[in-house]
Design a binder for this molecule. Structure first.
Ligand code: WT7
Length: 636
C-alpha cells in the first residue's frame, strides 16, 4: 500500500491548535459546522448560492446533472465566461483602479497592473490571437517564465474561448513536444527566457527544438523578457511587443459567450501509466469552485495582498494565481525567480516590502528555507501576514511548526490544502476557524465527503491506512481526459464504482481529520512537482547506453521525494560514475531539471512480474532495506 508513501509524515503530532479570538473575530465564516451541515443536506443549494455571487450571461436550468456519471455536468444551460468574472465585471466598479497584479522580477524589475490596465492588455492580446487565426475551441500552448505575460496569455485565450495548455517552464524539450503534439496546438506562446537563480532559462531554444517535430504549430509568439539573442524564424515567430503595437491589437474585445461546460483549459499531469494525460477543465463549474474555496479558506478581503508562490504552469497557479484571485477582485503578488536569490531572505524581504497578508506555498519551499536558519526571516518585519497556506505534498510537523512559529509569528493559522490537478479546487482543507493539527488538512470542504477504503472497498477503521476516495461530485472537477474519456472512467471511477479514486493513501483519525500519506501509483512528488515514472524511464532509455530503466521515489529531506533510477546497460557499456552523471544530465536536458535523478544505479536485472511489469514497490523496499512484501507475482 505505502509504495510511494512520503515517509516524512510518519511522526504525527496529535495536538490541536485552536484559532485565536482575533482570527475568529476577523473570519468571514465563523460557524464551520453550520455551513458544512447545510452543504451536506443541500449540495445543489450550497453551490447555487456560491454561483449566484458570480456573473452569468444566462442562468442555469439545473445546478447538477448527474444522470450520466462520472460525466457530471454543472450549471446546465448556463452561459458564462470566466473572464467576465475575472476582468469584465470589475471595470464598472471602483476595482478598476485597484491593483490586480504586482510583479517582481528576479533581477529587481517591478511591474504593476490595475484591473483596468490588465483588462486592456488582455483585450489587446486576445485580438492578436484572433488575428493569428485562433478560434473558439482551438488549443494554444503556453510555455513561459513567471512573468505577467503568462497571466495575460492565459486570460486572453479564455476570453476568446480558446483552450490553453500551459507547459511548466521547468520542463524541457521532450515534455514540451509531447504536450504540443497531443494538444495539436496551432499557436505557441513563449519568451526569450526567464531569470532563475541569476541565470537565463532559454525557453525559446527549447521551443524551437520542440516545434521542429510539431507540424500543427503555425505561429510562435515570443515575449521579450531578458533581451538575450534568440533565433526568430521568419513567417513563424513574432515578437509580442511588435504585434501589440499594431492596429490589430485593439484594446476592445468582446468576451466570448460560452456554455458552462465548454472547455477552459487542459493541463497535462502524470498518472498511473504511460504518457502524461491532459486534464480538461471548463468555464462554469470551475469558476464557482475556485471562487468559493479561495473565499472560505483564505478569507481574502479587499485590502489584502495575496501571494500564491506557485508557478502559473501548475494547477495551483491556474486556480489560485490566475483565476480565483481575479474573480475575487484581490491584489495578487507574483515573483519571478528563486526564493534564495541572491540570498535566502528574498521571500521574507518581499513579504515585508509589499505588505503581503497571505502566503500560500509548498512544504518543500519551507524546508528549503528552514535550513538557512531563523536569522534570515528574523531580519524582516513579517507582521503583515495573517494566514499561511501549504500545498503539494504532506507537510511534516517540524516544517509546519517552523512555518507557524518563525514565519507566522505563532498567530497565523496554516491552511493545509489537499487537492489535485484533477480536482481543480481545494478538497480537504481547513478554514481559518477550524482547529488544526500539524500535518493534517483536517476535513473535506463544504459539500464534499471523503472515505478511506481497503482493497476490497470496505471502509478502513479509524487510524488505518487505505485508499482515499471522494464520494460527492464538485463543480470544479475535471470533465474528462482530453481525447481519452475511457481512461477518465478507468483511472478515477472504476476501482470503486461511483467513487472518485484520488491515487493517494491516507488515514482518518478519531476526530475525523484526514492525513495524507502519499501516492499509491507511479507518481513521484519531487519538491511537490508531480512526475511519472514512465516519463523518466523513457528519457533514460532514449540514451544509447540504456537498455532498460526503472525510476522510484525515495524520501529526501528537502524535496520530500527524490528520484532514484535503476538502469540495465546495453552490451558494450560499462557502469561508471561518469556514465551515471551523464545519464542524470541526459534526463535533465530531455525532460527538465526537476526530473534529474538524484542517483543512477546500474543493475543486471529489474524485479518484474511474470507479465513483464516492473515491480517498483520491490525496488523501493530493497533500496530502503525493508521487507519486500508480497512477491508472489515476481517472475522467477
Ligand atoms: C497530489 C496532486 C493541487 C496542487 C498541487 C498538486 C499531493 C497535494 C497535498 C497536501 C498532502 C498533497 C497528493 C495529490 N498533495 N496537496 N496538502 N497534503 N499531499 O497537484 O500535481 O495534481 O498533485 O499532490 O499526493 O494526489 P498535483
Amino acid at each position: 500500500m505505502s509504495e510511494s508513501a512520503a515517509e516524512t509524515t510518519t511522526a504525527i503530532a496529535s495536538e490541536m491548535i485552536y484559532p485565536s479570538s482575533d482570527v475568529i473575530e476577523r473570519a468571514r465564516l465563523k460557524d464551520w459546522d453550520a455551513l458544512a451541515r447545510y452543504a451536506a443536506d443541500n449540495l445543489e443549494g450550497f453551490w447555487a448560492d456560491e454561483a449566484s455571487e458570480l456573473g452569468w450571461y444566462q442562468p442555469w436550468e439545473k445546478v447538477l446533472d448527474d444522470s450520466n456519471p462520472p460525466f457530471f455536468r454543472w450549471f446546465v444551460g448556463a452561459k458564462c465566461n470566466i473572464i467576465h468574472n475575472a476582468l469584465d465585471r470589475h471595470q464598472a466598479t471602483e476595482r478598476r483602479n485597484k491593483l490586480a497584479l504586482i510583479w517582481v522580477g528576479e533581477n529587481g524589475s517591478v511591474r504593476t497592473y490595475s484591473y483596468f490596465a490588465l483588462n486592456r492588455e488582455v483585450n489587446q492580446f486576445a485580438n492578436v490571437l484572433k488575428a493569428m487565426g485562433v478560434k473558439k475551441g482551438d488549443r494554444v500552448t503556453i510555455y513561459m517564465p513567471r512573468i505577467p505575460e503568462i497571466v495575460i496569455a492565459m486570460l486572453a485565450c479564455a476570453k476568446i474561448g480558446a483552450v490553453h495548455s500551459v507547459v511548466y517552464g521547468g520542463f524541457s524539450v521532450d515534455a514540451l513536444q509531447g504536450r504540443i503534439e497531443d494538444s495539436e496546438s496551432k499557436v505557441a506562446i513563449t519568451a526569450d527566457g526567464g531569470w532563475m537563480n541569476g541565470k537565463v532559462v532559454e525557453l525559446k531554444k527549447t521551443m524551437d527544438e520542440a516545434v521542429k517535430h510539431c507540424p500543427t504549430i503555425e505561429t510562435v509568439l515570443v515575449v521579450q523578457r531578458t533581451g538575450h539573442q534568440v533565433n526568430m524564424e521568419t513567417g513563424r515567430d513574432y515578437w509580442y511587443h511588435d504585434l501589440m503595437k499594431l492596429p490589430i491589437a485593439s484594446p476592445k474585445c468582446a468576451t466570448e459567450v460560452m456554455d458552462a461546460d465548454d472547455p477552459l483549459y487542459m493541463l497535462y499531469t502524470s498518472g498511473t501509466t504511460g504518457r502524461p494525460k491532459a486534464i480538461l477543465h471548463v468555464h462554469g463549474g470551475y469558476m464557482v469552485g475556485i471562487y468559493a474555496t479561495l473565499k472560505y479558506v483564505f478569507d481574502l478581503r479587499d485590502d489584502d495582498r495575496w501571494w500564491c508562490a506557485a508557478d502559473p504552469g501548475w494547477v495551483t497557479g491556474h486556480s489560485y494565481i490566475v483565476y480565483a484571485p481575479l474573480i475575487m477582485g484581490a491584489t495578487s503578488f507574483m515573483y519571478e525567480g528563486a526564493p534564495t536569490y541572491p540570498y535566502p531572505n528574498r521571500w521574507w524581504s518581499l513579504i515585508e516590502k509589499y505588505g503581503i497578508n497571505v502566503l500560500y506555498t509548498a512544504p518543500t519551499a519551507i524546508r528549503g528555507l528552514m535550513r538557512f536558519g531563523e536569522s534570515w526571516p528574523h531580519r524582516h518585519d513579517l507582521s503583515s501576514l495573517r494566514l499561511l497556506g501549504s500545498v503539494g505534498e504532506p507537510i511534516n510537523p517540524e516544517a509546519w511548526r517552523w512555518y507557524h512559529r518563525v514565519i507566522g509569528g505563532g498567530r497565523c493559522p496554516i491552511m493545509d490544502t489537499w487537492w489535485q490537478t484533477e480536482t481543480g479546487m481545494f478538497m480537504i482543507t481547513p478554514t481559518p476557524v477550524v482547529p488544526l493539527k500539524p500535518g493534517s488538512g483536517t476535513r473535506p470542504f463544504f459539500g464534499q465527503e471523503a472515505e478511506i477504503l481497503d482493497e476490497a472497498g470496505n471502509p478502513a477503521p479509524d487510524e488505518e491506512e487505505g485508499y482515499l476516495v471522494l464520494t460527492k461530485p464538485w463543480p470544479a472537477m475535471m470533465r474528462t481526459i482530453y481525447k481519452d474519456p475511457d481512461r477518465y472512467v478507468r483511472q478515477y471511477w472504476s476501482k470503486y464504482p461511483g467513487k472518485y479514486l484520488a491515487g493517494d493513501s491516507a488515514r482518518r483519525d478519531k476526530d475525523g481529520y484526514f492525513w495524507i500519506i502519499g501516492r499509491v501509483d507511479d507518481v513521484i512528488k519531487v519538491s511537490g512537482y508531480r512526475l511519472g515514472t514512465a516519463e523518466i524511464e523513457s528519457a533514460l532509455v532514449s540514451h544509447p547506453a540504456v537498455a532498460e530503466a526503472a525510476a522510484i521515489g525515495l524520501a529526501h529531506e528537502i524535496k520530500g521525494q527524490a528520484i532514484h533510477a535503476f538502469c540495465i546497460l546495453r552490451q558494450g557499456y560499462q557502469p561508471s560514475p561518469a556514465l551515471a552523471d551523464e545519464l542524470r544530465t541526459h534526463v535533465g536536458q530531455h525532460l527538465g531539471p526537476i526530473a534529474k535523478p538524484e542517483a543512477v544505479n546500474f543493475v543486471d536485472k529489474l524485479p518484474k512480474t511474470r507479465s513483464g511489469k516492473i515491480m517498483r514497490r520491490v525496488l523501493k523496499a530493497r533500496a530502503q532495506g525493508l521487507p519486500e512484501g508480497d512477491v508472489s507475482t515476481l517472475e522467477e
